[in-house]
Design a protein around this ligand. Structure first.
Ligand code: SPV
Ligand code: MN
Length: 640
């Protein structure tokens, strides 16, 4: 915590004593006393043996990548620009339990993990005393957004991990120069990270003392005794929490959403955002769209009545499990090209330097993986097969390698957002695509009501639904009620209001088989694109608008060269009334326990339930879209 009363001079003096001359000069060029005080304090606390200040130069970027290899945080593979990193068997994912929002008084926030701020900071300081002894601390500066943009936020990362900085150098724009130019007028977030002691494998030893504490008041995040990027890379999910708070205060949206362009008639490009919980088709949707702005995060602001969005990142930290040359040709090519820079995490690194993950062509052979030495047939103590590559294995690479990269990725004014998509894994209720009646209905009945099926890992819970509003529950720093209120408020002030859609790629038939094929996403995107421009009609149902059969027939033919059988349409777009009513009751129950939920949520859900019950009384529990087409008037297109 900065000591506001000490004169600046003392801190420069202290830094001069603590740092090597080059590091000192680079920091002293940033005329921001409170930043320098904080750095001096953290260096004094963690006691690194040396400090390296990373500027934006190629030499510095190369130094970090080399350091990651030399210090065993990354291992070489058969291509010089590809490396492999292992987090260790107990550090393979985000740690929900030990990730806490620090708030004064430890005030409870519904569905969030909060902790008393003072106690949290004290605990971190205890854990961090001397934690970097014998190691080098890196200090690096980043833009969270395009240069020179009103959307952009700034951040300083302190860490003893070259892997973390190497990742950030790929995922974000280095911005030391902005700090030099604009201090002390630049506002920025601060991240302090240490892997803590590492064992012979390079894994963090003290994961029982892993803590990720987010001090939202001060804009500081502390992360210790962990390496997994979701816990350590400051500008990813840690920044997201700070950004959500800033947006709430200032009336803009910070979202766990991709941004992608879809081409429509006359070559127009229409931009969509998409929010999906992990493993529900987010990346796949990005990759079947026509241009890519971002794959994970979005900052959206009201600019003259138009919702405009930027991707704050320039890289991808994507799930690699299952990536294969048939379904994911573009990513596969990036991951197997010797020309690209890639950090593979928690894949199998075979003897001889080849990497393998599920989906990679060829068989896995002996090597190193997330649990140590691996060989075909290896079992753990309980007799279970040890997977060669972990299900949460990831790749870190630049988004600029994508052939479909949108040229506006660096545009300081972002792109206009005309559609917002929410998607979950839902076996039995939601149709493949559904359009909300309006912004408020979409935000409440689709975004705030987002759920996703629990995975098959816990057998008896298959089919149960996980509540994940806006696909951001894990990354919220304010109550889900307040987050919804922000969206309602945001929409009211727009003059061009994006259309809101729900998608579901996981609807199953009676035999439990997925009904849709993977490629069908492209048709749903094209339909949404037409709807935004009023270029096709739609059928009004109690839950929103669904496509007309003849429009889908045309789109399947034009974009996939496929037939679209009538019976599939009926299976996919019939309204399953009972399931929808059950969903409303679940969502109602959850928000009943969230005191700051906007009252409109209950009204909108009640209206929807009433419409569903009326439909059921007249036409039964499952109502075909052909029937709905007859009983409900069609929503006209602009052409009539
Ligand atoms: C996600 O889980 O949504 C991710 C990976 O993008 S992590 O960085 O771990 O959050
Ligand atoms: Mn994500």
């Amino acid at each position: 915590m900065p000591h506001a009363s000490e004169p600046e001079y003392d801190h420069l003096e202290r830094l001069r004593r603590l740092l090597p001359p080059v590091a000192y000069e680079r920091l002293a060029a940033i005329k921001d006393a409170s930043l320098l005080k904080w750095i001096a304090e953290m260096v004094g606390l963690a006691r690194p043996s040396s400090v390296y200040v990373v500027t934006d130069s190629d030499e510095d970027v190369a130094y970090v990548a080399r350091a990651a290899l030399e210090r065993g945080e990354e291992l070489p593979t058969k291509y010089p620009k590809h490396t492999a990193h292992f987090d260790g068997p107990r550090d393979l994912a985000r740690d929900r339990k030990n990730t806490r929002i620090l708030v004064p008084g430890g005030e409870a926030i519904p569905l969030l993990n909060t902790y008393e701020r003072g106690a949290g900071v004290r605990e971190i300081y205890e854990l961090s005393r001397g934690i970097m002894e014998g190691r080098e601390m890196f200090i690096a500066f980043y833009c969270f957004g395009p240069r020179g943009s009103d959307f952009t936020m700034y951040a300083v990362q302190l860490t003893d991990s070259a892997y973390v900085i190497h990742s950030e150098n790929i995922l974000y724009r280095n911005c030391y120069d902005e700090f030099v130019k604009r201090a002390p007028d630049l506002k920025y977030a601060r991240f302090f990270h240490s892997s803590g002691e590492r064992d012979a494998n390079g894994w963090s030893k003290n994961v029982d003392r892993r803590r990720i504490y987010i001090d939202v008041e001060d804009g500081v995040v502390y992360s210790v005794n962990t390496q997994y990027a979701g816990n350590t890379v400051g500008l990813k999910k840690l920044m997201l929490r700070l950004c959500v708070r800033a947006g709430y205060r200032e009336n803009w949206l910070c979202e766990h959403m991709f941004i992608a362009g879809v081409r429509g008639p006359g070559d127009r490009i229409t931009y969509f955002t998409g929010a999906f919980p992990a493993g529900c088709g987010k990346t796949a949707t990005v990759l079947v769209s026509d241009t890519v702005v971002g794959d994970d995060l979005a900052i959206i602001k009201n600019v003259d009545g138009v919702a405009r969005g930027v991707n704050p990142e320039v890289g991808m930290f994507g799930i690699i499990d299952g990536v294969n040359p048939v379904d994911d040709p573009e990513i596969y090519e990036i991951l197997t090209s010797p020309e690209t820079e890639v950090i593979f995490s928690n894949v199998l690194l075979m003897d001889g330097g080849e990497v393998w993950w599920r989906g990679k062509v060829g068989e896995p052979g002996p090597g190193m993986n997330y649990a140590g030495r691996w060989w075909p047939g290896k079992r753990d103590e309980s007799g279970q097969d040890v997977l060669p590559s972990h299900p949460n294995a990831r790749f870190t690479t630049s988004i600029r390698y994508l052939k479909k990269l949108d040229p506006r990725i660096d545009d300081p004014s972002g792109v206009p957002i005309h559609g917002m998509i929410f998607g979950g894994r839902d076996p039995a209720t939601l149709p493949p695509v559904l359009e909300a009646f309006d912004w408020e209905h979409g935000m409440i009945a689709i975004g705030a009501s987002l759920e996703s099926e629990k995975t098959a890992a816990i057998l008896e819970r298959v089919g149960e639904m996980d509540f994940n509003p806006f696909a951001i529950l894990d990354f919220l720093s304010i109550s889900p009620g307040k987050f919804l209120e922000l969206h309602l408020r945001f929409g009211e002030r727009l003059s061009v209001v994006p259309k809101v859609f729900g998608v579901n790629y996981f609807l199953r038939d009676e035999a439990g088989r997925f009904i849709a094929e993977k490629v069908d996403k492209r048709v749903w995107l094209k339909w949404m694109e037409l709807r935004i421009h009023n270029d096709c009609r739609a059928i009004r149902t109690p839950v929103g608008y669904v496509p007309l059969y003849q429009d889908l027939v045309k789109l399947f033919d034009a974009h996939l060269g496929k037939e679209y059988p009538e019976e599939r349409y009926v299976k996919e777009f019939s309204i399953r009334v009972d399931n929808f009513v059950a969903k409303i009751e679940r969502i109602w129950g959850i928000y009943s326990g969230i005191p700051d939920t906007p009252p409109r949520l209950f009204e909108v859900l009640a209206e929807q339930k009433r419409r569903l019950e009326n439909l059921r009384a007249a036409h039964g529990s499952v109502v075909s879209p052909f029937k709905l087409e007859k009983i409900e008037s069609l929503q006209p297109s602009a052409q009539g």
